[in-house]
Design a protein around this ligand. Structure first.
Ligand code: SF4
Length: 291
């Protein structure tokens, strides 16, 4: 990765943002494997060209320092912390991962995450849950009785004032959530991960522009919506995922209320492509998106 420092931040901050990670052929970490093959493969192929600015890496540095602090604690007799685990796939590829803490007394893998309060408000845990499932699955393959995953999230944008007055707002800047994984779910995950590595192997032979497009979920795609607006109102009365239903509703609302109504088209957005994907300069789909 090419690191730039447009704000001229001090060297210790630049050093903290510097990552000398090198990709190993046929070896994918859990976080790389869980991405769409297009993003995962573009990130490897273009690792020397991908540019990041130190000024945009504050939360990466925050996350790393949080891990550094937490890993200094002394684990108990049943705990393992920051352990590197791997699982070999039938096609010769390797899945690797480092979990933050495993407690054999409870069979629980714990991962520390820095997150925003929106994760809690929207209950948006699918990515973290899948990561924990991967660690539990890998630990079981090497003989541990792992069966539960837990996230300890530090909510970096938590506001005490909002916590007092908003009912769905997390009470504290720490938030803990966990899941028990059944044998069936773990077996199904094993099949899924092997299929994913077969797909990665197939995709590695493709040129950049022919890599399968990231799914709407992987692109954090927000679909087009059609908002029914009452004249003079700033907020929509109701939103629809298609124009016909919106037009019908607007006509009915106008008739019922006697107020003029119209339909406003709000185009969808691939939020990850536009704001968070380092591979965008190398992705023909991402490059074609209008900001
Ligand atoms: S820019 Fe979008 S489509 Fe392209 S790799 Fe990134 S997330 Fe996927």
């Amino acid at each position: 990765m090419k690191l730039t420092n447009r704000l001229g931040l001090p060297q210790p901050i630049v050093d903290a943002a510097t990552c000398d990670h090198e990709y190993t052929p046929k070896r994918y970490s859990v976080t790389q494997m869980l991405k769409g093959p297009r993003e995962a493969i573009l990130a490897r192929r273009h690792s020397d060209e991908i540019e990041s600015d130190v000024a945009d890496m504050a939360w990466t540095i925050f996350g790393s320092s949080m891990h550094l602090l937490l890993e200094q604690s002394q684990e108990s007799a049943t705990q393992l912390k920051e352990n590197y685990v791997t699982a070999e796939m039938p096609n010769g590829y390797v899945l690797s991962g480092i979990f933050d803490l495993y407690d054999d007394a409870t069979g629980t893998v714990t991962d520390y995450k820095s997150a925003t309060v929106w994760k809690v408000i929207f209950g948006d845990w699918d990515d973290y849950r899948e990561q924990l499932l991967s660690y539990v699955w890998m630990l079981r393959r090497i003989g541990f009785d792992a069966r539960r995953g837990e996230i300890v999230a530090i909510l970096k944008d938590h506001s005490k004032a909002k916590a007092k007055f908003e009912s769905n707002y997390p009470e504290h800047p720490f938030y803990v959530i966990g899941w028990d994984f059944s044998d069936e779910e773990l077996a199904e995950f094993g099949e899924r991960v092997e299929a994913k590595f077969r797909e990665i192997e197939r995709c590695e032979a493709l040129p950049d522009d022919e890599l399968p497009l990231c799914t709407p979920k992987e692109r954090w795609a927000k679909p087009d919506t059609w908002a029914v607006m009452k004249q003079g109102n700033k907020k929509s009365s109701k939103n629809f995922d298609n124009e016909q239903d919106a037009v019908r509703y607007a006509a009915r609302l106008q008739e019922d209320t006697g107020r003029k109504c119209h339909v406003e088209h709000r185009p969808g957005r691939d939020q990850k492509c536009l704001e968070y994907c380092d591979c965008r300069p190398f992705c023909n789909y991402g490059r074609a998106l209008e900001v």
